[in-house]
Design a protein around this ligand. Structure first.
Ligand code: SF4
Length: 462
């Protein structure tokens, strides 16, 4: 799943802090949200469909969530339907003890594992990939919950940043490739783990460091324990799309600031694809920073040409295709006074299906733009993602079947320029070889079962 996870250990307001943290991670998923807390005796949970503010309408909704530890989750589904049973944290009884799991990422061998588990008697309650981890842990003969989880995680493949809660511990895990971010913070002596540092900022926690790829961190009565129990993989595979689109620009992930990296993407885009134009605008909000970078390098004036209605969810993470077109109009409105008779560069962070951009180009022209030049701050997405972004089949990717010129024609732009893979990697902090770029080049760092789609486990017949 493309999700946000947040956890607290050692604070008497653990569930309230988690609630606030989930607000900062709302952009990572708006289908459902949940919090599980623990007080050393048992776990308490509340979850529901919708936004954090809908599931937890006020502090009183947190009253049943007692205790000094908590984990929370905001969900957007990439495995399993959008139904309440699939909202996390998922709680199960494991060897007589309650265990809660919150997962960001997507496993790539779920189908094989689940088929084997079901064949040998496991009864699944959800259609999420994450549930296989709990079943594998339940079958483990190791002594402690941590040991059981490690044995289970050694059998799964793919992308996972995870938080677990037992009645008296919180356990944070990041897969050895490091696909998804996970950061560690401190507040008033308590430990915090969060998908992005913007959630630490919101509660006033200090950022300590990233949880490392392959690291397991246990927060308990004895303090914090860290170890690296998984075999070392041949490489790292930080999801480059987190920098391009998904994470918030005010966050720090994979050791650096998203804002800085995204600006550099825009600058490199301006160098590679200049345009004869009057102004630069962004598709708000995820493209704002790249558009600023493009404007500063090109010398063109940055203008606000599209106004976004913030009360509508992201079109990209809106699962129902039938209402997507309508949602573009509900979500964006062009600013006629800015656009009229202007030659406009519109910067977008990525084009997945092409339908949103086609409608935006039409709207910009209707608002009076004389020319519309589309610039994209990543290369064409030609391959599906099996590690947690919601484009899991070739069929939904416009660039998997059309050339750049055909895409330009489809969206109706005067010109279209994509940042090259070299230009994208040049903008990344650290070693360029540490990034997953599979959706651009098809080089998958972790083997995947055949192309699946998120509903593959629905009504699975063996
Ligand atoms: S395939 Fe693309 S979206 Fe998926 S993890 Fe790799 S870089 Fe990220």
């Amino acid at each position: 799943m493309d999700c946000g996870i947040f956890g607290v250990y050692g604070h008497r307001e653990a569930s309230r802090l988690t609630w606030l943290g989930l607000y900062a991670l709302q952009h990572r998923g708006d289908e459902g949200a949940g919090i599980v807390s623990g007080d050393g005796r048992t776990l308490y949970q509340r979850k529901g469909m919708g936004l954090v503010a809908e599931v937890f309408p006020g502090p009183e909704s947190l009253e049943p969530l007692k205790g000094h530890l908590a984990i929370g989750h905001t969900r957007y589904s990439t495995t399993g339907a959008s139904v309440l049973a699939n909202v996390q944290p998922f709680v199960a009884n494991c060897k007589g003890e309650p265990l809660a799991i919150a997962h960001n990422g997507n496993l790539t061998n779920t189908y094989t594992l689940r088929r084997e588990l079901e064949r040998t008697g496991s009864l699944f309650q959800t259609t999420m990939d994450s549930e296989v981890i709990v079943h594998l842990a339940a079958r483990s003969d190791m002594g402690s919950p941590v040991e059981r989880l490690i044995q289970a995680l050694n059998q799964v493949r793919g992308a996972f940043s995870l938080l677990f809660a037992t009645k008296d511990e919180v356990i944070a895990v990041r897969d050895p490739y490091g696909f998804r971010p996970l950061s560690l913070g401190r507040l008033d002596g308590a430990w915090i783990a969060a998908s992005e540092t913007c959630a630490l900022d919101l509660i006033g926690a200090d950022y300590i460091r990233d949880i490392e790829p392959g690291e397991v961190v246990v927060f308990g009565d004895d303090g914090i324990r860290s170890f690296f129990p998984f075999p070392e993989p041949p490489r790292r595979a930080f999801c480059i799309f987190e920098y391009i689109y998904f994470s918030r620009p005010d966050s720090r992930i994979f050791g650096d600031y998203v804002d800085k990296t995204r600006r550099k993407l825009g600058k490199n885009l301006a160098l590679e694809h200049p345009a004869e134009a009057d102004i630069v605008i962004s598709v708000p909000d995820s493209s704002n920073t790249a558009a600023l970078g493009y404007a500063s390098r090109s010398g063109l004036r940055y203008e606000i040409g599209l106004i976004r209605n913030h009360y509508v969810g992201r079109t990209f993470i809106q699962p129902d295709q039938t209402i997507r077109d309508f949602k573009v109009k509900v979500k964006f409105n062009p600013v006629g006074g800015v656009l009229k008779d202007r030659r406009v560069v519109v910067v977008e962070d990525s084009i997945v299906r092409g339908t949103t951009m086609r409608q935006l180009v039409r709207m910009l022209r209707e608002a009076g733009a004389r020319e519309v030049h589309v610039r994209v701050s990543c290369p064409p997405i030609r391959f599906p993602c099996f590690y947690g972004m919601d484009f899991q089949t070739h069929g939904e990717l416009i660039a998997s079947k059309r050339s750049v010129e055909e895409i330009r024609e489809f969206i109706g732009a005067d010109s279209l320029g994509y940042l090259s893979k070299e230009g994208m990697l040049d903008a990344m902090p650290g070693n360029p070889e540490d990034y997953c770029t599979a959706c651009f080049d098809g080089e998958y760092p972790v083997e995947v079962e055949e192309e699946t789609g998120k509903l593959r486990l629905e009504g699975m017949v063996l």
